[in-house]
Structures are given as structure tokens and as C-alpha cells.
Design a protein around this ligand. Structure first.
Ligand SMILES: O=P(O)(O)OC[C@H]1O[C@H](OP(=O)(O)OP(=O)(O)O)[C@H](O)[C@@H]1O
Ligand SMILES: O=c1cc[nH]c(=O)[nH]1
Ligand SMILES: [Mg+2]
Length: 219
């Protein structure tokens, strides 16, 4: 898997990630969601440079211009809930993309740190031959990305797969790299070293879904 690590190089994106991590600034949910959306825009822009382009002639009011346009149809698939603002950011740029939504949540069957990933909801067009962009801001253990990919298998075989995330843990990235096709590309803003015993990224930012949309009952 090719890993494209946005904050390997300093940019204004570092400020957006800093705000996402900051417990004080996190209290502003609208800013939290918008910062994820902004990172979706930036990561989407970066990944767009690697797509195949084809030339086309278009008419301008003053003549004829040769332009370069992406060759493949993009399908954006986001993992609910926290994937929603990232999806919006990607869709701001890939505005004619097709859209898939899939849910994945952590179910704790016992009262300890063990959990399973439950994938329940899926609405997707065919992914056959498409450029699939799979988005979730958090890549912790990597199990959500992997389970979701398995659930998408019967929707058709994408031509290429791009994963987009905001914060990842080294261990989860290694798991995803093992399970996804070797030519998958990961676009990630920043990478943290550790997971705690409940599978949360440390220092990370906390629970991205709750910070976007508020708390939920455990079940
Ligand atoms: O890499 P993993 O270990 O699978 O963890 C990452 C997943 O955890 C979060 O979802 P969560 O289960 O909190 O659901 P939510 O987005 O609805 O809050 C996050 O949005 C990812 O989907
Ligand atoms: O650190 C983490 C891990 C999983 N999900 C989150 O929202 N945050
Ligand atoms: Mg969550």
C-alpha cells in the first residue's frame, strides 16, 4: 500500500488537525465537522493529482480549449457516522462522484475492551471499474476499513482504491496494508504511534463520531 502522509510536510492543514485534537476547540462541533470537511477537500485535491486524465476539447466564448479531465468515474464511499463530514469535503471537489454510504460501529458484547465491528447499512451504486474513494476520519485498529471493504465486495470490483483518513495509528495502518490490494493508496493527514487498550488512538482526538454529532447509547 502506498502511504501519502500529508503532514510529513508543514502546511495549513496542520492547523486544522491541531484544532481537531484540542479539547477546548472541540467543544465547537460545527468547527470540528468543518475541519474534517476541509481536510477532505485537501486530501481529495492531493489524490486527484494521481488520477488518470484524458484530454478533451471544449468551446469557450472566444474559441476552443484543450482541457484535461479525470478519466474514470469516482465513487465516494463513507463510513457512518464520522465519515459524513469527510465525505462532504471530498464531494465538494469530486462534485460529480457517485456516492455510497455504509455503517460500521463498535459493538462491545461484554463489559471489557473487546469489541466487534458491526456493518449494517449499505447503499451503493455498482463499483465495477470505478475509482473508489473510501473515507473515514479515524483509522485506529483498521478493522472498520477492512470489514467495510469485505461488505462492499459484492458491489463490483473497483479499478483502483483510495483510502482517505485524518488520523491513523501505525498498527491499524499495517493491518489495512495487509488486507487491502497492494496497489491501494492511503491519503492520511497525520499518523500517531499508539492505540490504548480500548482501541483508541493516542494522542488522537477522542471519539470522532461523538465529537461531530454528540454522544450515543452503548449497545
Ligand atoms: O479503525 P477502527 O478500530 O475500526 O476504528 C475506527 C472507527 O471508529 C470510529 O467509528 P465508531 O465505531 O466510533 O462509530 P461512529 O463514527 O458512529 O462514532 C471511526 O469513525 C471509525 O469508523
Ligand atoms: O481514536 C479513535 C478510535 C476509533 N474511533 C474514534 O473515533 N477514535
Ligand atoms: Mg465514534
Amino acid at each position: 500500500m502506498q502511504i501519502n502522509h500529508l503532514l510529513e510536510e508543514n502546511s495549513i492543514a496542520g492547523k486544522f488537525v491541531a484544532q481537531l485534537r484540542d479539547t477546548e476547540i472541540q467543544k465547537d462541533r460545527m468547527r470540528f465537522r468543518r475541519n474534517i470537511e476541509r481536510l477532505g477537500e485537501i486530501l481529495g485535491y492531493e489524490l486527484s493529482k494521481t488520477l488518470k486524465f484524458t484530454s478533451k476539447n471544449i468551446n469557450t466564448p472566444l474559441g476552443n480549449a484543450e482541457v484535461q479531465l479525470p478519466e474514470t468515474q469516482v465513487a465516494l464511499c463513507s463510513i457512518l457516522r464520522a465519515g459524513l463530514p469527510l465525505h462532504n469535503g471530498l464531494l465538494n471537489y469530486f462534485d460529480d462522484a457517485e456516492n455510497s454510504f455504509i455503517s460500521a460501529y463498535r459493538h462491545h458484547p461484554t463489559n471489557d475492551e473487546n469489541f466487534e465491528i458491526v456493518v449494517e447499512y449499505l447503499a451503493s451504486p455498482s463499483l465495477e471499474g470505478k475509482t473508489l474513494i473510501l473515507a473515514d476520519p479515524m483509522l485506529a485498529t483498521g478493522r472498520s476499513f477492512v470489514n467495510v471493504m469485505k461488505a462492499l465486495e459484492h458491489m463490483g470490483k473497483p479499478k483502483e482504491i483510495h483510502l482517505v483518513a485524518v488520523i491513523g495509528a501505525e498498527e491499524g495502518i499495517a493491518h489495512v496494508a495487509e488486507e487491502f490490494p497492494a496497489d491501494t493508496k492511503l491519503w492520511i493527514a497525520t499518523i500517531d504511534k499508539e492505540l490504548n487498550d480500548r482501541g483508541y488512538i493516542v494522542p488522537g482526538l477522542g471519539d470522532a463520531g461523538d465529537l461531530c454529532y454528540g454522544g450515543k447509547l452503548q449497545h
